[in-house]
Ligand binder design. Structure first.
Ligand code: G3I
Length: 381
């Protein structure tokens, strides 16, 4: 890679680029006013997370949907105040982008990208290869003969459309699943059945060709647990990364989803730390891509629950941010008003779940303070 290329990549991926852009932010737009109001309301030491992250050379952000911004001005203001990176929760998945095999629905993505650009946020792409969120037509349409052009055309069209505007792409998502008992640890997904294990290399090379400037990420769940699943996923991922990198496959970083569970004490132990060191030694970036802390087994009492959730946030981020290769932290939703865990991991007592950084009334939770402390305590990068 030429020197100027390295410099440009560094700039595009760094929080410094965001800080620089902030200086150019228009002073009188309504959204800036919303941000100003929110910043005022946290006066007295409650500096927004994007500022605390930027101070350490980090990005902080969250997933969102267009309708949440359109229907909820409080969320919009909080997002603008707190985040310098945005990832669409749904809009870039196949089931949202591809209503039919021939057509694309780019409008919601265009809207969210514009929102991010207007508010000096970077933009993440999620995701190109995933076994879930496939359109209803997919199963009866895909064959070993058409799978390769189907995937390659999708990547060329989608990644190409947003080339130069995307900070990072989750090229593959959750492709390791040792429970499927393959010797390579890969998930027995529709993609794998039709394309074979070469699909990973194929997808990364196609993404690099379509956008030479985006950071290309391998995104995985359950990496942080000191359990048999966690250990096995880490081992298979390391093996695949070594193999792919040795063949020059353009993988630039790993995404640790970090959907933590509030009462799991086996998170982020010695084996996980060793894994982070190995990722760093390979020259890869680390992104925390989908963090939340599920509270479904925690006690009902809100004070107790919030403390446990906040403790998990701090412990985990303290460990991951100790690595200077970690460049970004994103939560999966910003407020408990909108969280997939309400459906996926509801509480047996029927109480509202509290996995995120803002509560139902858009007040910052102890988890918000914990994330801020983790940024404050992190080394600069
Ligand atoms: O919007 C429709 C609604 O109109 C309909 O009535 C309802 C009936 O089921 O479905 C609603 O859509 C759901 C959508 O979430 C919005 O809530 C879909 O069924 C549901 O499949 C979809 O789930 C999303 C899931 O990915 C699949 O795309 C979750 O919101 C989203 O949080 C989740 O995100 C994933 C990451 O992409 C990858 N890592 C794990 C993470 C959590 O599962």
């Amino acid at each position: 890679m030429a020197n100027h290329e390295v410099t440009r990549r560094k700039f595009m991926w760094s929080a410094g680029a965001v800080a620089g852009a902030c200086a150019l932010r228009p002073l009188h737009s309504p959204l800036t006013f919303g941000e100003f109001r929110l910043r005022q309301s946290y006066a007295g030491g409650n500096v927004p997370l994007r500022d605390r992250a930027e101070k350490k050379g980090l990005l902080f952000g969250s997933s969102a949907q267009q309708k949440e911004f359109v229907e909820d001005p409080a969320l919009e203001a909080a997002f603008i105040a707190q985040c310098n990176i945005l990832v669409p929760e749904l809009a870039l998945k196949w089931d949202h982008l591809r209503p039919t095999p021939e057509t694309y629905n780019f409008a919601p993505v265009d809207w969210l990208l514009n929102f991010a650009q207007q508010n000096q946020m970077k933009f993440r792409g999620h995701t190109l290869v995933w076994q879930e969120a496939l359109p209803t037509w997919f199963a009866s349409y895909v064959t070993p003969q058409n799978a390769q052009p189907l995937l390659l055309n999708h990547i060329a069209k989608v990644v190409g459309r947003y080339a130069g505007k995307v900070h990072s792409w989750d090229v593959v998502n959750e492709v390791i699943w040792p429970q499927d008992r393959r010797s390579d640890g890969l998930r027995d997904s529709p993609w794998l059945r039709n394309l074979g294990p070469g699909l990973i290399e194929m997808a990364f090379r196609a993404a690099a060709q379509a956008d030479p400037h985006a950071l290309l990420v391998w995104n995985e769940n359950w990496l942080e647990e000191e359990s048999a699943t966690g250990e096995s996923k880490r081992a298979f991922l390391l093996q695949h990364l070594k193999d792919h990198l040795s063949r020059g496959v353009p993988i630039h970083g790993i995404g640790i989803q970090a959907h933590l569970i509030g009462d799991h004490s086996n998170i982020g132990g010695a084996h996980f730390k060793q894994f982070l060191n190995q990722i760093t030694d390979m020259g890869l970036k680390i992104l925390v891509t989908e963090m939340d802390v599920r509270d479904f087994r925690l006690p009902n009492d809100i004070g107790t629950r919030d403390k446990a959730v906040a403790d998990r946030y701090y412990e985990f981020l303290h460990t991951v941010l100790a690595q200077k290769s970690t460049i970004a932290v994103l939560t999966w939703g910003l407020t408990n008003r909108y969280t997939w865990t309400a459906h996926n991991s509801p509480r047996a007592d029927g109480a509202q779940v509290r996995p995120l950084l803002f509560d139902e009334d858009m007040n910052p939770t102890p988890a918000w303070s914990a994330v801020g402390r983790a940024f404050d305590d992190a080394p600069s990068r």
